[in-house]
Ligand binder design. Structure first.
Ligand SMILES: CC(C)(COP(=O)(O)OP(=O)(O)OC[C@H]1O[C@@H](n2cnc3c(N)ncnc32)[C@H](O)[C@@H]1OP(=O)(O)O)[C@@H](O)C(=O)NCCC(=O)NCCS
Length: 185
């Protein structure tokens, strides 16, 4: 895999092997003082994953402020992945779903996302969830491969609602990934 010059300067990249080196993050619950960092990360990573996948008018509406607005109701179910005091990933759960999972560009390919996904699955299992789900926009191929590799099953594509700032109804073809979580009893 070809890496950009910027990646080569980052600690997660191994010049010897040409691939990202594993990063073992600290995984913890979200705190209110994480807010600005999480909003920034969510905004930037969302655009990486969806910027060329969703219609341009939807992408244009996903401003920094829109993510700030949406974070508040999710805060109680958020986890963050921290490396040397810097937030490099965050997830949020809602009901039986992993509602959000985003990793900073420089931490992709390092295993940090897999560690965060496992911790998020555990968090759902602790709440008694057995049948878990994740939605993945059609066209977000990297996320699709990532979930499939982590043992999630693509149960098919449906037209799922997407968030809009004025609450109007818009949909996008979305893969619904499912996984049976083990009981923690
Ligand atoms: C999705 C995400 C969390 C996955 O974390 P990651 O560290 O990138 O995941 P990994 O590198 O471990 O795995 C990604 C897989 O996609 C592959 N991949 C890498 N670039 C790709 C691309 N451009 N297209 C398709 N697949 C790609 C990798 O090779 C790997 O598959 P493999 O294990 O079969 O080789 C991360 O990329 C991210 O935050 N993306 C932006 C936000 C996003 O889309 N979030 C998910 C919303 S549902």
């Amino acid at each position: 895999m070809v890496k950009c010059r910027r990646c080569r300067l980052q600690p997660g990249f191994s010049a010897a092997t040409g691939s990202a080196m594993p990063i073992a993050p600290t995984l913890r619950s979200y705190r209110s003082d994480d807010r600005a960092a999480v909003v920034r990360l969510w905004h930037d990573a969302w655009h990486d994953g969806h910027g060329t996948v969703l219609p341009a008018h939807v992408v244009a509406e996903r401003t920094l402020e829109s993510f700030d607005l949406r974070l508040e109701p999710l805060e109680a179910g958020c986890l963050v992945a921290e490396v040397e005091g810097r937030i490099m990933g965050f997830s949020a759960i809602e009901g039986n779903e992993i509602d959000q999972l985003y990793v900073a560009r420089e931490a992709r390919g390092t295993g940090l996302a897999a560690a965060l996904l496992t911790a998020t699955e555990t968090s759902l299992a602790r709440r008694g969830i057995r049948d878990a789900a994740i939605q993945c926009s059609a066209g977000n191929d990297r996320a699709h491969r990532f979930y499939a590799r982590a043992g999630w099953r693509d149960s098919g594509v449906r037209q799922a609602p997407i968030w809009t700032p004025d609450g109007r109804h818009e949909t996008h073809p979305t893969h619904i990934f499912v996984k049976q979580l083990s009981s923690l009893d």
